[in-house]
Design a protein around this ligand. Structure first.
Ligand SMILES: NC(=O)c1ccc[n+]([C@@H]2O[C@H](COP(=O)([O-])OP(=O)(O)OC[C@H]3O[C@@H](n4cnc5c(N)ncnc54)[C@H](OP(=O)(O)O)[C@@H]3O)[C@@H](O)[C@H]2O)c1
Length: 242
């Protein structure tokens, strides 16, 4: 049996992942309602901006399955936010904090919950955290987003080290999904050019049809996560597969 926990399933890449993993038992974790024909094994609703609610929900989320020896358990930390797309001078504390709650704290708490629940289990246990090229390349106007994705990469990397001690380690890696045709790109294109000088580049990606469909990126994510080599590398990029 394969169990797949996926965050941010209401739209974008997370929604596309539902279809890709439809043969498996999906545990959907989202803030908004999820409209899908895919049968969901369990659904949870939690707003990652409410860290207390998330911390309380995490043990319940991971105890909703009773995996057995030999099962496969995956967690895909997909939910994310790009805003605020503003120059550092124009971001306030709440702007930084809200972004970090969604992009860093929530995946970190979910990783912790996964370790607490399944650390000792003799099973295939894998965590894929959706990161971004922005973790590696600074972009004007993206201080919160770039730094949050760099931070979550490091949480995943530290987990890799800590797993070396376990008999049945949890494998963890990050995934750079390229530029995907989702609402997030719409938000990027609607930023103020004063704050985001590279906006024309992103408008060009859209007008010249160079955005990856979410379905393609989801398909590659599954290839990465189910590969025999998963975890050999700390990070994967969609561009390595397309
Ligand atoms: N799109 C790109 O070009 C691109 C590029 C590189 C990396 N990524 C990464 O890929 C992942 C998916 O992005 P996407 O393009 O699919 O974005 P998207 O279409 O904007 O969807 C974002 C998802 O995250 C959820 N989310 C946002 N705020 C949340 C909160 N406070 N609590 C719980 N869930 C929340 C949203 O739920 P609601 O519907 O409730 O808002 C939605 O399901 C993200 O980690 C993103 O950083 C995207």
């Amino acid at each position: 049996m394969r169990y797949v926990f996926i965050t941010g399933t209401s739209r974008g890449l997370g929604h596309a992942l539902l279809d890709i993993f439809k043969e498996d038992r999906i545990i959907s974790i989202s803030r908004s309602e999820v409209e899908t024909d895919v049968e969901l094994f369990k659904t949870f609703h939690v707003d990652f901006l409410d860290e207390q609610a998330l911390e309380e929900a995490v043990p319940e989320i991971f105890s909703c399955i009773q995996p057995e020896k030999g099962d496969e358990i995956f967690l895909i930390n997909n939910a994310g936010a790009v805003n605020p797309v503003k120059s550092i001078a124009n971001i306030d504390a709440k702007g930084f904090l809200d972004n970090y709650k969604i992009n860093v704290l929530a995946p970190a708490l979910l990783m912790k919950g996964f370790v607490d629940a399944f650390g000792e289990l003799q099973a295939t246990k894998r965590i894929l955290t959706v990161s971004s090229g922005a973790a590696l390349n600074p972009m004007e106007g993206w201080a919160a987003y770039c730094s949050s994705k760099a931070a979550v990469n490091m949480v995943s990397d530290v987990l890799r080290l800590e797993m070396d001690r376990l008999d049945y380690p949890i494998l963890s890696a990050t995934y750079r999904p390229g530029v995907i045709d989702t609402d997030m790109q719409g938000e990027i294109r609607s930023a103020d050019p004063e704050d985001f000088p590279d906006i024309s580049k992103f408008k060009d990606y859209k007008s010249s049809n160079r955005l990856y469909p979410a379905e393609t990126v989801a398909y590659v994510a599954k290839r990465v996560l189910t590969s025999d080599n998963f975890g050999f590398s700390e990070s994967y990029s969609v561009s390595d597969f397309l």
